[in-house]
Design a protein around this ligand. Structure first.
Ligand SMILES: NC(=O)c1ccc[n+]([C@@H]2O[C@H](COP(=O)([O-])OP(=O)(O)OC[C@H]3O[C@@H](n4cnc5c(N)ncnc54)[C@H](OP(=O)(O)O)[C@@H]3O)[C@@H](O)[C@H]2O)c1
Length: 339
């Protein structure tokens, strides 16, 4: 049997292009004892993958040039040499960007989405949803009547951050790019206010939407959005620093070196900025996340949106577009249909 993979052809400087990816066909090995063969159904495309394309020092190893792009997928078990999995079961695993994979059973997890579609195991009930949950529970800790602001508000992390804020009785202010995303955040997700960061009057619109200042800013983007948020942060504001997508392809959209202004604000307003990677909360919060959020998603009380691209060969373009807001909802690639 053959597998088709997308490999890293070369390391990009700045924004990646199609030329940094290559499609390869290789023979799939037979599974050994305690390994299973998977057919990829949905592949998750996530902003962190931009970091794996670079060899700059980070919290995780880079993908080697010529290596298969890293990624998590929802898959069907085709063949199992493990007592824990049976053929036909739906699981999730770090298969990488490919059509079929042979993986160690120890690294595979059963999918339990409480009746919600299995694709949610990569979005609102998967790593991005858990990131929102962990960052809000441990660092954001929203209280009644507080103002919580979040950018990339229509995406899988931001949309759950805002909904968790509202469930805690706080006001949710979303920041998103363009009218369609802003309409969705306000009308479908029910945020109290939304501001378009592409608007020429973004700064004054954000200030009016956050008339009482910001108590929790869940940082997803950095760049010029952070520049506009900083003056609005209240004394003792909490800032879970989750992602800086505006800076992943270079220095970001900030007009100047903000370090002196940042340090001064942190000191004068006693700000609490705390970076995190979701895995640090796995042991303490993953079980409660599944138990608490799974049924809410299945009952439609927590909303989510998916942006599904058809065919593995279209993954590079979709991924590149996401880095400048081309996705609308959790970005997934449908690699194959179940059954
Ligand atoms: N720390 C962790 O463990 C962890 C885990 C998962 C994700 N993250 C981070 O969380 C953030 C959100 O992830 P996600 O999966 O939910 O992504 P997402 O919202 O599906 O996609 C990224 C969004 O970022 C926005 N964006 C892109 N460039 C921007 C810019 N220059 N300025 C402002 N906004 C920009 C775009 O939305 P608009 O068009 O609305 O601007 C884009 O759709 C990312 O930074 C990601 O790296 C961190």
């Amino acid at each position: 049997m053959e597998t088709i993979s997308i490999v890293l052809a070369s390391r990009p400087e700045g924004m990646p292009g199609r030329e940094h990816f290559r499609i390869e066909e290789t023979d799939l090995p037979e599974p050994e004892e305690n390994q299973i063969t998977l057919r990829v159904l949905f592949l998750s495309l996530d902003p962190y993958m931009r970091g794996r394309m670079s060899d700059a020092k980070s919290y995780a190893k880079p993908v080697p040039v010529g290596g298969v792009m890293e990624g998590e997928a929802v898959c069907e078990v085709l063949q199992s040499r493990s007592e824990w999995f049976k053929s036909g079961e739906i699981v999730r695993a770090m298969t990488g960007w490919c059509t079929y994979a042979v993986v160690d059973a120890a690294n595979v997890r059963h999918v339990d989405t409480h009746g919600a579609p299995t694709s949610t195991a990569l979005g609102v009930l998967g790593m991005p949803g858990f990131t929102a949950y962990g960052g809000m529970k441990v660092i954001g800790r929203p209280k009644r009547k507080e103002t919580v602001a979040v950018a990339a508000a229509s995406g899988p992390v931001g949309s759950l951050v805002g909904q968790l804020a509202m469930r805690a009785g706080a006001r949710a202010v979303g920041i998103a790019g363009g009218k369609d995303k802003c309409d969705y955040v306000k009308s479908e997700l029910g945020f109290d206010a939304v501001v378009d960061h592409r608007s020429p009057t973004f700064s004054s619109e954000l200030a009016s939407a956050c008339a009482d200042g910001i108590d929790v800013y869940f940082e997803n983007v950095g760049g010029y959005v952070w520049d506009e948020v900083l003056p609005l942060l209240n004394v003792y504001a909490r800032v879970p620093v989750c992602g800086l997508i505006a800076q992943y392809n270079g220095p970001g959209g900030s007009a100047s070196d903000r370090l002196p202004a940042n340090m001064s604000a942190i000191l004068r307003r006693s700000l609490h900025l705390r970076g995190f990677i979701n895995t640090e909360f796995l042991e303490t919060h993953y079980h409660t996340f599944q138990k608490e959020i799974g049924p809410l998603v299945a009952r439609g009380e927590i909303k989510y949106r998916e942006d599904v691209v058809e065919g593995l060969e279209n993954a590079p373009e979709a991924f590149i577009a996401m880095l400048s807001g081309g996705n609308f909802g959790k970005l997934l690639v449908r690699v194959a249909r179940n059954g």
